[in-house]
Ligand binder design. Structure first.
Ligand code: ACM
Length: 631
């Protein structure tokens, strides 16, 4: 008897497990970032013209935002109303929890979808805002904007509970190397909000342009914001010619900044302003030449600053500190966020060693190395930032020579700087170059626009912000960082951003345990339709064949073909013709190279349709790659 009960127990147990797994497999949702938990139920809610959008007294703004989003996407005519949530049917109801749910925190939310109603609840409006981003992803993409009649959209019944893994989920944009208008910044912020990013790191100054109006320092925007126009390959540009007019650039007025800060705040995005000092300061120095070590008059640079050119502020100069005080006082006033990013990266410290004033300062203060002089600068700067009521964030170079006492470190040269800072008890934001720099190419160099290095979508997805052995509480989060030397227009910025920023959003929001590349890759495909509907440009490099040379057991070179996107069929040729789905397909076994072949071409298909670009590789180049790998 006992034995048969035990057998029955195991049968029921395995049935439940397999049912739960089938439910997961059958999950019809494709939410990015993946929520903490999704539990599917029976039935579905039907959204139609008769649906009510209702709110309690604290959530009416968010309810009307959802009504507006649904109207714009599907041609509904919803107007949100304050009504009793418990009595109404065919309703989407918003509630701020009377008693705070500790597990949801400030940004979490709960969605209960049943055939009768959808209830969105959260502790804060911020949480509800993320709830509506998720809700919109339960609906199809639509660019109808048209008056669609009798539309009815089915949403499967489910309970979704969700909250973020990290509090800092950022995206950085460099507006110095190329200027992006106020309207483009708003568009960028709109797209960030859909993927639950909460921090816009605005790199406002660099050698190639100063982008923020500072009252009382007019030359920053009359001189520092402009450079000579150059088009083509960054890195090959001609230096400014005598009497050539600087007409390329722009800046944000203080009114523009206030408008953008407010726009971002309404989307629950804080703005971290960056004023990059003591280096990357050529635009500042071109405006006020007495600030540099050489005190020479320079032009704002139209491209990379040559190593011979002094873009570093003189540390010992009183004028440096007078101007920094003026700048940071206004920056602190304009941006409500508690932190200011003060740069600190890539200082060409050799110029300090040529400057009598800086050498005298080092002797007076017992400073032995240029790195220690930078540390002196950063500590003095931190005092200035604190005096303006803010805290300081700096790139990981500020770890060298001794950290300022309360500084937060943004680790970009890998994770090392962040690990070192955390060991010293400092808070850290991770943006390692090889995993989060969206300025890098996202596919094969032969088909990608001009740019540095390689960062594939799957590499972004595998980024882990908390290194082993580090106290996770010190890792505030991470960010996707986009430097724009080689991004001359907004369409290309979109191409470089999406879908890789989706991968970073999932890394920063979703539980580490739920990460699955195959699952994410399938969801990303569905999100391409949202980007299409929003006319956002994006890269489809994830479909492209990746051609790699490997060594066979007999020492001969063989060819491996893969794609990042799972489930594709790759067709190839060695005979110099363009492959399609009538050519041989790749079985997974590395390919032998036919005698006489000098090139391989490959293309990927899904469901009988070509989905990738064609990748061509010369076998000699692959041979060189293989030799490099061996060394
Ligand atoms: C950096 O990429 N120079 C922070």
């Amino acid at each position: 008897m006992k034995k048969s009960l035990l057998v029955l127990f195991f049968l029921v147990f395995f049935f439940c497990i397999s049912f739960a797994q089938n439910l997961k497999k059958a999950n019809p949702f494709h939410i990015i970032p993946e929520p903490v938990s999704v539990s599917l139920q029976k039935g579905a809610f039907v959204l139609n013209d008769e649906t009510h959008v209702i709110a309690d007294s604290k959530s009416s703004d968010i309810a009307s935002l959802l009504a507006q989003m649904l109207n714009e996407s599907f041609g509904f005519h919803f107007v949100s109303k304050k009504e009793n949530v418990s009595t109404k049917e065919n309703a989407i109801a918003f509630q701020i929890n009377n008693k705070s749910d500790a597990s949801l925190g400030n940004e979490g939310y709960n969605i209960q979808i049943s055939p009768k109603k959808i209830i969105l609840s959260a502790n804060t409006a911020h949480g509800l805002f993320y709830g509506i981003q998720t809700l919109m992803q339960l609906l199809p993409a639509s660019n109808s904007h048209a008056q669609t009649k009798n539309i009815s959209l089915k949403i499967p019944s489910a309970v979704i509970t969700d909250y973020p893994r990290f509090g800092y989920r950022g995206m950085m944009l460099d507006v110095s190397r190329h200027f992006f208008s106020k309207d483009f910044i708003k568009k960028y912020i709109d797209e960030m909000a859909k993927y639950k990013f909460n921090l816009f790191h605005w790199h406002l100054t660099d050698d190639q342009g100063w982008r923020i109006e500072i009252k009382g320092l007019p030359q920053l925007t009359s001189i520092g914001a402009w450079r000579v126009p150059r088009t083509g390959q960054w890195g090959t540009f001609e230096e400014p010619q005598p009497n050539e007019k600087a007409t390329d650039g722009g800046f944000y007025t203080q009114d523009d900044i206030k408008e953008i800060v407010n726009y971002a705040r309404q989307r629950f995005i804080a703005i971290l302003p960056e004023i990059d000092v003591p280096a990357h300061s050529l635009a500042l120095i071109a405006s006020y030449p007495n600030l540099s070590c050489t005190r020479k008059q320079y032009d704002v640079s139209p491209q990379y600053t040559p190593d011979s050119l002094d873009d570093v502020l003189c540390v010992a100069n009183d004028s440096t500190w007078l101007i920094l005080d003026k700048i940071f006082a206004q920056v602190a006033q304009l941006f409500p966020y508690q932190y200011i990013h003060t740069g600190g990266d890539e200082a060409n410290r050799k110029f300090w060693m040529k400057d009598p004033k800086d050498i005298a300062l080092m002797q007076k203060e017992g400073i032995k190395t240029p790195a220690e002089l930078q540390s002196y600068f950063e500590k003095k700067l931190e005092k200035l930032i604190i005096s303006k009521g803010k805290k300081m964030i700096g790139w990981d170079e500020i770890v060298e020579g001794g950290l300022a006492p309360e500084a937060v470190v943004m680790s970009w040269r890998g994770m090392k700087g962040g690990i070192e800072a955390a060991k010293q008890g400092h808070q850290v934001i991770m943006t390692p170059i090889l995993e989060t720099y969206l300025s890098r190419k996202q596919g094969d160099a032969s088909v990608e626009p001009f740019g540095p290095g390689l960062l594939r979508l799957s590499t972004c997805y595998n980024f882990e912000p908390v290194p082993e052995g580090v106290d996770p509480k010190l890792i505030l989060g991470g960010q996707a960082s986009t430097w724009t030397e080689k991004i001359p227009n907004y369409r290309h910025l979109e191409y470089m951003t999406w879908p890789r920023a989706m991968a970073i959003s999932e890394v920063l929001w979703s539980p580490k345990s739920s990460r699955s590349w195959n699952d994410f890759a399938n969801r990303v495909e569905r999100h391409f339709s949202y980007l299409d509907a929003d006319s956002v440009k994006y890269s489809r490099s994830v479909y492209d064949p990746i051609i790699t040379a490997v060594k066979g057991t007999d020492d001969s070179m063989k060819i491996e073909l893969t794609t990042e996107m799972p489930g594709l069929i790759i067709y190839y040729t060695f005979d110099g013709t363009d492959p399609d789905n009538f050519y041989p397909n790749y079985s997974g076994e590395p390919l032998d190279i036919p005698k006489g072949a000098s090139e391989i071409r490959a293309v990927a298909y899904k469901n009988g349709k070509v989905v990738s670009r064609q990748i061509n590789k010369l076998l000699n180049d692959l041979k060189t790659d293989l030799a490099k790998k061996k060394n």
